[in-house]
Design a protein around this ligand. Sequence first.
Ligand code: F6R
Length: 601
Amino acid sequence: MCGIVGYVGKKNDALKVLIEGLEKLEYRGYDSAGIAFLDNNKIQIIKKQGKIKNLKQFLQNEKAKIGIGHTRWATHGFPNEINSHPHHCGKMTIVHNGIIENYNEIKKDLIDKGYVFQSETDTEVACALLDYIYNKTNDINITIQIFQNTVRGAYAIGLICDDDFENLYAIKKNSPLIIAKGEDENYIASDMPAILKFTNRFITLNNGDFAKINSHEIKVFNKNGTEIEKEVKKFEGDASSIDKNGYEHYMQKEIMEQPEVIKRTLNEYLTNNMDQLFKNMPNFSEYEKIHIVACGSAMHAGLIGKSLIEEYANIPVDVEIASEFRYKKLFLNEKSLVIAVSQSGETADTLAAVEIAKQHNADTLGIINVVGSSIARETDLVLYTKAGSEIAVATTKAYSAQTALLSLIALNIGQNNIDRGELKELLECIKKLPTQMEILLNNDKLYQEIAQTLYTQKDIFFIGRDIDYAIAMEGSLKLKEISYIHSEAYPAGELKHGTISLIEEGTPVIAVVTNKEIAEKTISNIKEVRSRGADVTLLTNTNCDVESDFYHHKIVIPTTHKLIQPLLTILPLQKISYEVAKLRGANIDQPKNLAKSVTVE
Ligand code: F6R
């Protein structure tokens, strides 16, 4: 969480770069924002509670050649001005993303040494520690090395020292930070889109690396202080991929991009040749057990993956919420494949799960969207989802791309269990998929009509079985996170074991029924809630469509091959969530209390 940007150079105005960069990073946190810049040979700090636009109002016409900025998702202390970054102590000014785990003991030690703290943050402690070490060593490189040996936790830090206004320093461990290279100017940022307007060339830092950056030179050091060579890479996305392109919200744009995203993701790995079905993907069939580790929506994609891999590939799959994985007894060995699914590639819990899997000798595979991100670098092998930059905090296109890739893994392992006739049919279905998705996405009138019945409700239930349950979970999460309406997803058969007591006249229930083999059972469960007064919206496909009077609204989606059906089923639920949130006037792209990239455990 939190976004960092920094600038040093002769070409641009640091303040302009910082503010524009922070605006692009606001998806990472938006509780408060601040900047520090060089003004008349002195560091000036301006910080404000709330969004970047609040901060902007306080800027006059200042101009600077060096500066650092921060947009915060609060971890230690309330999101007020005092706790906002940048923090300044002695000769050091820093912005930080991550958590310093042992900050309490360091703080006590520094208080004993005479330091006084204003804020509740771990960042102010890190800043004071850097100042303390620097006063002893008078050497910034050595200071950073000692600092790294003293602190535990995760950090991406941008630093300016009062004795060296020519250079900007960057320190990284387990939190994202890139250095971007311009002409007569250089940048640091949490994420490439922050500075993509200015340059597309960048350098990634490994954990423990730090860098000294001025307008014409970037020097990178490893944690021992040895200078290391770094490759300058080119960012593939373009600036337009991070614009709204005429849509009112990023989420809306990203929902609508899904046909293209799915086509791109499938085309990256799948050929049209039944004898050589895969490209850019090794065969995974030697594994005896698969574990999918992920959080939130990525975990929901994992549940779909589990069902499909078990059915088509005949390999048992566990899906683990990454934050729980590390506290469990693990039965992993060299015959286990641990698949980490993550859009950002920075989710701290998922990253920690990968590290543990490696300690247990399991092979690790990343299904990742952000190229070069921490999990992508940590896993033995990475398959990229081709979703492009996802800016809205609530994931849509990246979730779908994750689902598509997990379906491909099921096919990859299970291809010999599928006869050629079915394979041919699957490839035909894949060809039709983007058009079917487009038609489904353009059924706005129906989704708006359904949203009208939902947006004033207090509780909404979603039900489904097997994959439809996994989709119900994702639909429920999407709805609650952006509309703030309480909602729950239940396996359809489980409702009567308790929760059905909450169903009363008018309670909205959204039922997902796309699997013909189990449709009858779910339909019985729908009738159970209907007879207790529930207001039912049925989401079904042409295979399971039944004429009846047990629903108020019905959405019928095309039937396609089971391996790709989920890519259609989720779309109406994303659209309805969006329409409900819009009717409630919610901040759709940046829901309260959330941030896009969860780099704390
Ligand atoms: C919900 C959402 C989150 C993420 C989760 C994992 O809309 O976006 O639940 O799916 O925080 O994030 P990544 O995929 O970046 O690891």
